[in-house]
Ligand binder design. Structure first.
Ligand code: SAM
Ligand code: SF4
Ligand code: SF4
Length: 349
C-alpha cells in the first residue's frame, strides 16, 4: 500500500518495484547541477567543457520541492538510499535546504553526497546539521602533481584532505574515497593512496575507468583491471576478500590481513554487476535514467509542471523501472563504447 501526498509525511513502503530481470529498486542518485568547478579529464574534459559550453539554465533545473516530490515517489517504490551528486553538488545554492527536505522523508535511511570536496571544509558543519548522514569524496591521487593534472584546474590535494578532516570532525562518517584509476596516469599512486587511508577508518574505493558519455576519449587499454589494483596492494600489504555489506553492493571488499582496515574495488568494466543493479538516476533537469550508459532518459519535469498527481507520477516511475532491461556492462565492446551516451557530469555516476 502506498500513500503519497504532495508535501505530507504520509509515505509508506511496499515491496520494491522489480524490473524485467527481477532487480529491485533501492537507490536513487539525484544530480542537482550539471556544473562543476573541476575539469577531471575522464569526466568533463576542458576541451569540451570550455567557456562556450551550454549548461542547463536555472528554470530547466528541478526545484527543491520538485526533487523532493520525485524522491517521495521513489521511496514509495522501494528506495531507501539517496545520494546527491552532479556536476559538483555543493555548487547548487542552498543544497542544505534540499538535504533537510529529503532527510524528513520517512523511509530514507541513508542520505549521502558525492563531492570533489573543494567546498567541503567550509560546508561540512552545515551539511551535517541539515541532516546529511555521510559523504563520499573523490580523490584520484595523493601526489599533488598527478591530482592537479587530473582535475585540470590546478586544485591541490591538501584542500581535499582538509575537507575530509572537516567531514570527519562533524561525524559525516564512515567516509568513502572514490579514486578512478587510469593506466599511465595515476596507477603508480594506488599503493600510497591505500596506505594513507588504511588506518583512518575511511574506505578507499578504487574505480575502473569507465566509458561513460562520449567526451573522455576512453580506451579499453586505459583501464586498470580491479584484479591488478588488488594485486598491487596485496604485494605490499597482504589482503583478503570479505563479504559484501548487502546484496547489490557495487564494490568488492578487501581487508588487510593485519587488521588495519579495508578498501574496495569497483570493477564495472572487467566484472560487470548488472545482475544486482538497483539504482535509478534523476538528472538535474528531471529526467530519469535506469542505466549509467543510457542514451536517453524519461522526462518527469513536464509531467510535474503540467500538474500530474503524486499517484500519476508514481505510476510513471513504476512503469519505467518495471520495463527496465539494462545490462550495458555485460555487453560492452568496441562497438558499444562509441554509442551516444549521457555524460557522467549530467547524471552524476
Ligand atoms: N563532482 C562530484 C565528485 O567528483 O565527487 C560528484 C559527481 S562525479 C560525476 C561522481 C563520481 O563519478 C566521482 O567519484 C568520479 O570520480 C566518478 N567518475 C566520473 N567519471 C568517471 C569515469 N569515466 N569512470 C569512472 N568513474 C568516473
Ligand atoms: Fe566534476 Fe566530479 Fe566530474 Fe570531476 S568527476 S569533473 S569533480 S563532476
Ligand atoms: Fe547498472 Fe547499467 Fe551499470 Fe549494468 S551497466 S550495473 S545496468 S548502471
Amino acid at each position: 500500500m502506498i500513500n503519497l501526498t504532495n508535501g505530507s509525511d504520509m509515505v509508506s513502503h511496499q515491496d520494491p518495484v522489480r524490473d524485467t530481470r527481477g532487480r529491485a529498486l533501492h537507490d536513487l542518485r539525484i544530480s542537482v547541477t550539471d556544473r562543476c568547478n573541476f575539469r577531471c579529464t575522464y569526466c568533463m574534459p576542458a576541451s569540451i567543457f570550455g567557456k562556450d559550453y551550454e549548461y542547463l539554465a536555472r528554470d530547466q533545473l528541478l526545484s527543491f520541492e520538485e526533487i523532493t516530490r520525485v524522491a517521495r515517489a521513489f521511496v514509495g517504490l522501494g528506495v531507501s538510499k539517496i545520494r546527491l551528486t552532479g556536476g559538483e553538488p555543493l555548487l547548487r545554492k542552498g543544497i542544505e535546504d534540499l538535504i533537510g527536505m529529503l532527510a524528513e522523508i520517512p523511509g530514507v535511511d541513508d542520505l549521502t553526497v558525492t563531492t570533489n570536496a573543494s567546498l567541503l571544509s567550509r560546508r561540512a558543519e552545515r551539511l551535517s546539521a541539515a541532516g546529511l548522514d555521510r559523504v563520499t569524496v573523490s580523490l584520484d591521487s595523493l601526489d599533488d602533481e598527478v591530482f592537479r593534472r587530473m582535475n585540470d584546474v590546478d586544485f591541490p590535494v591538501v584542500d581535499v584532505l582538509e575537507g575530509i578532516e572537516a567531514a570527519e570532525s562533524v561525524g559525516l562518517t564512515p567516509i568513502k574515497i572514490n579514486c578512478v584509476v587510469i593506466r599511465g596516469v595515476n596507477d603508480h599512486t594506488v599503493v600510497p593512496m591505500a596506505e594513507h587511508f588504511r588506518e583512518s577508518g575511511h574506505i578507499v574505493r578504487f574505480i575502473e575507468y569507465m566509458d561513460v558519455g562520449t567526451t573522455n576519449g576512453w580506451r579499453l587499454d586505459d583501464v586498470v583491471p580491479a584484479r591488478e589494483i588488488v594485486s598491487l596492494i596485496d604485494t605490499v600489504h597482504p589482503v583478503e576478500p570479505i563479504e559484501p555489506n548487502y546484496v547489490g553492493e557495487v564494490a568488492n571488499r578487501y581487508r588487510y590481513a593485519d587488521g588495519s582496515g579495508e578498501f574496495g574495488v569497483i570493477a564495472s568494466v572487467t566484472q560487470p554487476f548488472c545482475d544486482n543493479c538497483s539504482r535509478v538516476r534523476l538528472s538535474a533537469e528531471g529526467s530519469i535514467y535506469t542505466c549509467l550508459f543510457a542514451s536517453q532518459g524519461t522526462d518527469l519535469r513536464q509531467d510535474i509542471r503540467d500538474g500530474s498527481s503524486d499517484a500519476e507520477l508514481t505510476e510513471l516511475v513504476r512503469g519505467v523501472w518495471s520495463g527496465r532491461t539494462d545490462a550495458y556492462s555485460e555487453h560492452r565492446s568496441n562497438v558499444t563504447f562509441k554509442k551516444r551516451k549521457v555524460e557522467m557530469s549530467y547524471i552524476g555516476g
